[in-house]
Design a binder for this molecule. Structure first.
Ligand SMILES: Cc1ncc(COP(=O)(O)O)c(C=O)c1O
Length: 422
């Protein structure tokens, strides 16, 4: 039920900041994969990756309360809790990523990562994708809203469903996307903007989770490194087991020089981080004297550590792999009956359903995706739409999603496809 008064009060006190759904949901409680509204309606959360270990996980709440009751200070004191967490988190990364700088949001992590890249290389130019989202600060928004030039160059993100050119073999298509990277590098050079690096989401989540031509990420990274830049991969959505690997960069087999983490890192509490090599970290700290009062705190570390405990103790990585595959296969099974589903893709517990116009027409169908998301919500299932044209249904539940949940979701997805089909 929508409370008109609350909506009006919100607009008065918070302005028209974005809300989901035509009739926004007034949530009052969360537990596991379930959310409850003020009329005690129950919603299956098939969207939120932030509470990755499930809403209000008791172990996380306990760690948070315990640390809050003992000590929380700003970042410029010694703290064993903070050092232990940094070591533990970075031990989950590939070499040479071993040093952590914590932050409070994904945007901050990306800002830090860009600053690190620029300080480490002495360069300025950053290559990014043309349909990305990395945050909302003045600097990060320049990759999505602009002004785009001169120090951010947007290249077409790699994809196989709506490729830059139809009819090419995978390798040729990959080369075509790599040509775009080469072009960006040359243009920076022609404009006397030294290259700092490339920044991509490791799985192009906001672009719509495309299947990308094999080898693209490693080859693009090589081009950038050969030209003196570094590779930043954004794990704000992909990280913490979402894809069925700890990190999205494992999926595309490309270890970055700088990795940005966020969202699931604190399972809902403000915690983000940037991992890098000792060499880059040294330059960054010497040249920037970076600190953030509410980052690298004992409270953040206690929560972050509790999140890792749950992921490990409940074998959420194993769960993501088994339930993710099950869900994707099941969706693929029934979706092929409907010609307005152009493609079903997935990595771990992240499934993307591409809505198209159908009847032989691959054009994106944003209207259908929006209508679909609304209908699902009315039936008690929260999903969303994303991608370059916002025509991709995005299913990305907390990592504690089980096969039974996948069955219930699939039943309603199929029923809804049947409805919108007519
Ligand atoms: C890939 C990616 N990077 C960075 C961000 C920014 O994170 P935050 O909203 O925590 O600032 C987002 C947010 O949606 C994101 O999807």
């Amino acid at each position: 039920m929508i409370e008109k008064d609350l909506l009006e009060l919100r607009i008065q006190s918070m302005g028209s900041s974005p809300l989901f759904y035509k009739e926004p949901v007034h949530l009052v409680k969360g537990e596991g994969i379930w959310l409850y509204d003020d009329s005690d309606n129950k919603y299956m959360d098939c969207y939120n990756n932030v509470p990755c270990v499930g809403h209000c996980h008791p172990h996380v709440i306990e760690a948070l309360s315990k640390q809050a009751g003992q000590l929380n200070t700003h970042s410029r004191y010694l703290s064993k809790v903070v050092v232990d967490y940094s070591e533990r988190l970075m031990s989950l990364h590939a070499d040479p990523l071993s040093v952590l700088q914590m932050g409070c949001s994904g945007t901050e992590a990306i800002e830090i990562a860009i600053k690190m890249a620029r300080l480490a290389t002495g360069g300025k130019g950053i290559i990014c994708s043309n349909a990305t989202y990395h945050g909302n600060s003045h600097e990060t928004i320049r990759m999505t809203i602009g002004p785009f030039e001169p120090d951010f160059k947007r290249v077409p993100f790699p994809e196989k469903f709506r490729p830059l050119k139809e009819g090419l073999a995978e390798k040729e298509l990959c080369d075509l996307y790599l040509d775009e990277i080469k072009r960006a590098i040359s243009e920076f050079s022609e404009n006397n903007i030294p290259l700092a690096g490339m920044l991509f989401c490791s799985i192009f989540a906001n672009e719509g989770l495309p299947e990308i031509p094999s080898g693209f990420m490693q080859k693009a990274a090589k081009l950038v490194r050969d030209a003196g830049g570094v590779v930043i991969l954004d794990e704000v959505q992909a990280g913490f087991c979402r894809t069925g690997s700890w990190w999205g960069y494992e999926v595309n087999e490309c270890v970055p020089d700088i990795v940005a983490m966020g969202k699931p890192m604190g399972s809902g509490y403000p915690l983000s981080g940037v991992g890098t090599s000792p060499e880059i970290a040294k330059i960054f700290h010497e040249k920037s004297y970076y600190f953030n009062t509410t980052a690298s705190t004992p409270l953040q570390a206690a929560v972050g550590s509790a999140v890792l405990d749950v992921i490990e103790e409940e074998d959420l990585l194993g769960n993501v792999n088994s339930v993710g595959e099950y869900l994707k296969d099941k969706v693929k099974g029934f979706a092929k009956k409907y010609d307005m589903v152009g493609d079903v893709r997935g990595l771990g517990l992240f499934v993307a359903i591409e809505c198209i116009e159908g009847q032989g027409n691959k054009n994106p169908n944003n209207k259908l995706a929006v209508e679909f998301v609304e209908k699902m919500k009315q039936k008690g299932f929260l999903i969303s739409n994303a991608g370059q044209f916002r025509n991709v249904l995005k299913i990305r539940p907390p990592l504690v999603f089980e096969k039974d949940h996948a069955d219930s979701l699939c039943e309603v997805l199929e029923e809804t496809l049947e409805e919108v089909h007519n």
